[in-house]
Design a protein around this ligand. Sequence first.
Ligand code: ADP
Ligand code: MG
Length: 395
Amino acid sequence: MRGLDELDVKGRRVLVRADLNVPLDGDVITDDGRIRASLPTIRELAGKGAKVIVCAHLGRPKGQVKPEFSLAPVAKRLSELLGEPVAFAADVVGDSARATVAALEEGQVALLENLRYEPGEESKDDAARAEFAARLAMLADLYVGDGFGAVHRKHASVYDVPKQLPHAVGGLIAAEVDVLKKLTVDPARPYAVVLGGAKVSDKLGVIANLLTKVDRLLIGGGMAYTFLKAQGYEVGRSLLQEDQLDTVRGFLNQAASLGVELVLPVDIVAATHFAEDAEHEVVDATAIPADREGLDIGPRTRELFAQKLADAQTVFWNGPMGVFEFDAFANGTRAVAEALVRSEAFTVVGGGDSAAAVRKFGLPEDGFSHISTGGGASLEYLEGKELPGLIALED
Ligand code: ADP
Ligand code: MG
């Protein structure tokens, strides 16, 4: 992959595919982490005298212009963070985009409207995607891929445009891939992975691939109940994926034969129902009452997990240990996050909700070696899949 420093950008129009897909409450950005993560590449290009044209998507407007998915609030925030004006185009590849780009001077930055307003962006039809990609490519002389959170998508702006323009990889993608390599190629040991989140089915590929690489696999969150059930315990009304029981039994056997230590919760915070103020008690993981629902790992599990992480040299964590959105059920997730902050290991947080939890707890971001900006993209990489956006930047 060509790095940014290998592109001669002065005076050239550079199209940067960024990931600016931030959570919005109305038109208020509730977490601007992804915008901040995009700044270094944009700054570097502008500093070298490029005419920087940023493109990105927001939410799922599905090929239609829907004002609630406008990138306008993002343009405003980007401008505040850059400390420079950002020219915002009212369309993606139309008159406004062309005029906005034509007016750019060296070192100036523009943002195009939401890529997903255009049906060609996400089209499964190669020709339709290539046609839209050609219209995007016409706006620029060079392309820089830096939207790590979208790199697992075979979308026009991610996969097709770099085939049509001289291209390079931006600093964010380069840094993310560097971290993922450290997690998959010769990681420092002991290597512990903590997985949680809602559904085990979302993480099957990751579990399968990481089982062959890790020394310890700690399972919490909603997926733990399918593991407990696979071991023969009843889980009451907890989240359970019956259709995954056979697969999970396979993982348990595989872990045993590979010598991987698979650590499951020993106690659970069991609630009467799924609610912030639900009545709850701590029960043994092997004795969850039939009318209760496990919404967090219990205090003994918090200690057990912290202990299993204490001497690890590499830790990857994806997925909350409980329903951390409710304060009463956030302690397990907080305990894992704090164990990572205490650790001297190479610690990586992947997953949008896990990263949101870290910020909700007010933990310092530099307490972790890396917090990934792309949950789905990191997971697909760790599954061993080829990512279209990386393939496109390779040649
Ligand atoms: P990430 O975005 O970090 O990859 P996921 O999207 O896989 O994480 O899962 C996050 C969700 O899992 C959170 O919304 C959390 O409330 C939910 N969750 C965690 N534990 C449980 C549980 N025991 N029961 C129900 N939902 C849970
Ligand atoms: Mg999530």
